[in-house]
Design a protein around this ligand. Structure first.
Ligand code: MN
Length: 744
C-alpha cells in the first residue's frame, strides 16, 4: 500500500525537474549534481512515508525547496538543505551521514533545522526557552530560519488535511511566532500568506465572510484605482518610465486585525486606497532621484498630505525595507497612500533579505540591517535577568511594532518601535542614561519621559544623578530593552529600600524597647495595608510610610487597650524605690518591679487596676494574683491598702520606668457655670497642651450649670496636673478633678 504508484512516481519526478528548472543560482554542474544527489537520498530515506493527505512524503521537501528558491531567493546550498530538512529527524539517517555526503556546512544547517523542529511542541515556558535558542542560531546561519519558515509555509498551505484541533494549534503558532519572524526578516509576502492562512483555520467563518466581502467590493475598487491611476500613467510614460501601477491589496488578516484592534467597520478599512508604483530603475540615475521625481509627478496631480511622507529610501528600515511613501488627496476626496519603489526595492520588500543579498553587487545595500537586528536580539538574550517567557512577550511586542527612526543630538540614527517614548530612547542610548533620565528635549523643546517619539525627532535626554527608575516607568516604555532594564533597576533599588526601611523600623521600635516580632508585624501589616514584611520595609524606606503613628497602631489592636502596654520587670536594684514618703513601704526591700512599656507581648502577665487607674508618676504597688499575673494599684488605693493588710505576701513593689513615650488614658471631672463659648474654651486649653490628647468629651448642662467628664491621653501625672491647673483658670470653671475610677 505504501509503495508508490506509477502516476505518483511521475508526479514526484515532474515536481523535482520543475524545482531544478526554477532554481536560482543553481546553474553550476556541481550544484546540479549535489541537488540531484540530495533528492535521491531524501526520496530513498522517506520511502514508504506518506503525509496526512496521503501523498508521498517526498513531495513536501521538494515543495519546501521550491519555496526556498523561488519565493525567498536562496541558492543551491539552501535548496539541498530544504530537500534534506526532514531526513535526520524522521528517518534513520544521521547528521554524520549528511556530513559525509554533503559536507560540513549542509550538515550544520540540517542540524540546526532538526534541533528547532519541535520548538513549539511543548509547554509555553519551554517554548520560549527553545525560541530563544532558535534565535541564537540566527547568526550562525540565517538559512536555518528561512528554511524553517518555508517549511512552515508549506505546512500551512497543506493544513486542510490535518485534524481540526491540530489546525488550530499550528495556526496559533504561526500567527504568534512565525509570521512576526517573517515580517522581521522582511519576508512580507510570506508573512502575509502565513497570517491569512492562520486566520482561515482559526476563524473559518470570519475568514470566509471577509473573502466574500472583498470579492464583492473588487469592482468598485478596480474603478477607484483606475480613476486615480489614469492621469498619472500618461505623465509617467511621457517621462520615459517603465512602471507598474497596482492597487496594493490589503491582506485579509490585516483587514481583520484592523477591524479588531481599531474597531473600524470593514467598509472604512477597505475604502482606504493604497497604490503602489514599481518602476524599472533607469541606468545612470540614482534610484533616490527617480523616486523623488515620481513623487513630484504625483504631487503635481494630487495634493500631498505634508506630514505623511515616509522616506525609507534615504534611511531603509532595519529589515531592509526601502520605499518612498506619500499620502495624497485622491480624486474622490479620499486620502490615498502611494508607495514608490524601484524593482529592486520591491523585490526586497516582498522577498526580504535574501533578495537584498542578491542585489548586493548591484550597488548599495548589505546585510547591515539584519546584523543590527541580530545584535539587538543578542542583547536581550544575553540579559541574565530576563525570564524566558517575559522575554518572549516583550520580543513579540517588538516584532509586531513597526519602526520609527529618531536622531541623537549628534545626528546618529536610532531605530525604535512605533509608540516608543523618550524614555525608550534613553534606554536605547544606555541603561544608565535611562535610569537617570528626568526629561528630554525633542527638537529643542522640553518634554516628559513618556512623550511619544515620531520619526525624524531629534532627542536629547536630560539626566540627574539623584534620579531612580520607578515602577510606573514600565507604563512609559515599549521596547523590551527598556522594560527589562527598568525591571532590573527596580529590583536593585527595592533591595536598598528594604534595607533602609528595615533599619528605620528597628530603630523606632528600639526607642520603645521593642524588637520586631511576628506579633508586631501582625499589627503593622494590616494597619499600613501591606501584604509582606518586605513591602512594609520598602514603603518605609521610600518614606511613603512615616511611622509617625506607629505608637497608635501598636496600641490599636490590643484587646485590653492600656493595660497591656506595661509590664512589670524584676530588677535587682539594692536601693529602695525612690518614691516619696507617701508611697507604700515595701515589705520586701532590696527588689522591686519596673513597670515598662511592653508593646510587643500582649500576653504580658500584668494589668492596671480599674479601681484607682494609676498612671506613670503615681505611686504604685503590685498585687500578685493566684495565676501569677500582677495588678498595679496606686499605693493609696483603698483596695490596695486592704490587700496589703490582708495578703501582704502577695504584694510586690513596683516602679514606673521613666519615659514619656506612651500616652495614658485618664479622666477628669469638670463643673461650672455654663457660659457662651465654654466648650470652646475648654477644648482650646486642652488642645494647647501639647502632651495631652483628648479622646472623649461628655459635658451636660442644665439650669445654667454644666458638669461632666473628659477622657484624655496623658504621659504622666505632671502633664495631667498642668492641664488641670490651666482648666481651672477658665472663667466659669468651678472645679476640675481627676477621676480615679474609669469605667469604660
Ligand atoms: Mn518539514
Amino acid at each position: 500500500m505504501n509503495v508508490l504508484t506509477k502516476p505518483e512516481e511521475e508526479l514526484i519526478q515532474k515536481e523535482f525537474e520543475n524545482l531544478i528548472l526554477n532554481c536560482t543560482h543553481c546553474e553550476s554542474k556541481t550544484d546540479q549534481r549535489l541537488i540531484r544527489k540530495a533528492f535521491r537520498l531524501a526520496k530513498e530515506a522517506h520511502d514508504g512515508m506518506r503525509r496526512k493527505s496521503g501523498e508521498p512524503y517526498i513531495l513536501h521537501p521538494i515543495a519546501v525547496a521550491k519555496i526556498v528558491t523561488t519565493e525567498i531567493g536562496l541558492g543551491a546550498k539552501a535548496v539541498i538543505c530544504a530537500i534534506l530538512h526532514d531526513v535526520v529527524e524522521d528517518t534513520d539517517y544521521t547528521i554524520e551521514d549528511i556530513e559525509n555526503h554533503f559536507g560540513k556546512k549542509v550538515a550544520s544547517i540540517i542540524d540546526g533545522l532538526t534541533k528547532i523542529s519541535d520548538v513549539f511542541d511543548n509547554k509555553s515556558s519551554l517554548q520560549a526557552e527553545n525560541f530563544r535558542k532558535m534565535l541564537l542560531t540566527l547568526s550562525d546561519d540565517v538559512r536555518v530560519i528561512l528554511i524553517k519558515l518555508a517549511d512552515r509555509l508549506h505546512n500551512m498551505r497543506t493544513l486542510s488535511s490535518m485534524p481540526p484541533n491540530k489546525q488550530i494549534k499550528i495556526s496559533g503558532e504561526t500567527t504568534y511566532l512565525y509570521a512576526p519572524l517573517a515580517h522581521r526578516l522582511g519576508l512580507y509576502a510570506i508573512k502575509t500568506e502565513l497570517e491569512d492562512l492562520s486566520l482561515k483555520y482559526r476563524y473559518p467563518k470570519v475568514y470566509q465572510d471577509l473573502v466574500s466581502r472583498i470579492t464583492d467590493n473588487e469592482k468598485k475598487r478596480a474603478h477607484m484605482i483606475n480613476s486615480f491611476a489614469l492621469p498619472l500613467i500618461d505623465k509617467l510614460e511621457n517621462e520615459g518610465y517603465d512602471f507598474d501601477i497596482t492597487g496594493r491589496p490589503k491582506s485579509i488578516y490585516s483587514t481583520w486585525n484592523k477591524m479588531q484592534t481599531k474597531n473600524i467597520p470593514f467598509e472604512e478599512i477597505y475604502d482606504l486606497l493604497a497604490i503602489r508604483i514599481v518602476f524599472e530603475g533607469l541606468e545612470d540615475v540614482p534610484e533616490k532621484t527617480q523616486c523623488w521625481n515620481i513623487y513630484s509627478i504625483i504631487t503635481d496631480t494630487y495634493k500631498p498630505k505634508p506630514d505623511r511622507i515616509r522616506d525609507w529610501v534615504s534611511t531603509p528600515k532595519a529589515n531592509g525595507y526601502e520605499a518612498l511613501h506619500v499620502t495624497v488627496m485622491g480624486p474622490e476626496g479620499k486620502w490615498v497612500e502611494v508607495q514608490i519603489r524601484s524593482r529592486r526595492m520591491d523585490e526586497i520588500a516582498e522577498r526580504g533579505f535574501a533578495a537584498h543579498w542578491m542585489y548586493k553587487q548591484a550597488g548599495k545595500g548589505s546585510s547591515e540591517g539584519l546584523d543590527g537586528w541580530i545584535k539587538k536580539i543578542r542583547e536581550l538574550l544575553e540579559n541574565p535577568d530576563s525570564n524566558a517567557l517575559e522575554f518572549l512577550d516583550d520580543f513579540k511586542l517588538n516584532l509586531f511594532a513597526s519602526e520609527i527612526l529618531v536622531f541623537t543630538p549628534k545626528g546618529h540614527i536610532k531605530s525604535l518601535p512605533k509608540q516608543a517614548t523618550a524614555l525608550d530612547f534613553a534606554y536605547e542610548i544606555h541603561t544608565e542614561v535611562g535610569n537617570r533620565a528626568i526629561g528630554a528635549k525633542i527638537n529643542h523643546k522640553l518634554v516628559s519621559l513618556n512623550h511619544i517619539l515620531y520619526s525624524g525627532d531629534q532627542v536629547e535626554i536630560l539626566t540627574s544623578d539623584s534620579q531612580r527608575a520607578s515602577r510606573e516607568w514600565l507604563y512609559y516604555v515599549t521596547t523590551a530593552k527598556a522594560k527589562s532594564a527598568i525591571k532590573a533597576a527596580i529590583k536593585a533599588e527595592n533591595k536598598d529600600r528594604i534595607q533602609k526601611g528595615k533599619k528605620l523600623l528597628e530603630d523606632k521600635l528600639n526607642e520603645y524597647n521593642l524588637k520586631p516580632s511576628g506579633r508586631i508585624f501582625k499589627k503593622l501589616l494590616p494597619a499600613y495595608d501591606v501584604r509582606t514584611k518586605d513591602h512594609l520595609y520598602s514603603k518605609i524606606g521610600t518614606g511613603i510610610i512615616t511611622l509617625e503613628d506607629l505608637k497608635k497602631i501598636l496600641r490599636k489592636n490590643t484587646k485590653n487597650k492600656w493595660i497591656r502596654y506595661w509590664e512589670l520587670q524584676f530588677t535587682s536594684s539594692s536601693k529602695k524605690p525612690s518614691t516619696d514618703k507617701k508611697s507604700f513601704d515595701p515589705a520586701y526591700s532590696g527588689a522591686h518591679f519596673m513597670i515598662r512599656e511592653n508593646l510587643d507581648d500582649t500576653e504580658a502577665e500584668f494589668s492596671i487596676a480599674k479601681c484607682c487607674n494609676p498612671i506613670p508618676g503615681d505611686d504604685v504597688i503590685g498585687y500578685r494574683n493566684q495565676d501569677g499575673s500582677v495588678v498595679i494599684h496606686k499605693g493609696k488605693c483603698p483596695k490596695a491598702i486592704k490587700l496589703m493588710s490582708s495578703q501582704g505576701n502577695r504584694i510586690v513593689p513596683a516602679k514606673w520606668t521613666t519615659h514619656k513615650i506612651l500616652s495614658y488614658l485618664s479622666r477628669i471631672h469638670l463643673q461650672g457655670v455654663d457660659k457662651f463659648g465654654m466648650y470652646n474654651n475648654i477644648t482650646t486649653v486642652i488642645s494647647k497642651e501639647l502632651s495631652v490628647n483628648m479622646r472623649n468629651i461628655n459635658l451636660v448642662s442644665h439650669d445654667g450649670i454644666f458638669e461632666g467628664s473628659i477622657d484624655l491621653y496623658v504621659h504622666n501625672t505632671k502633664d495631667l496636673n498642668n492641664l488641670i491647673m490651666n482648666l481651672i483658670k477658665i472663667k466659669g470653671v468651678d472645679s476640675v478633678k481627676r477621676v480615679e475610677k474609669i469605667e469604660d
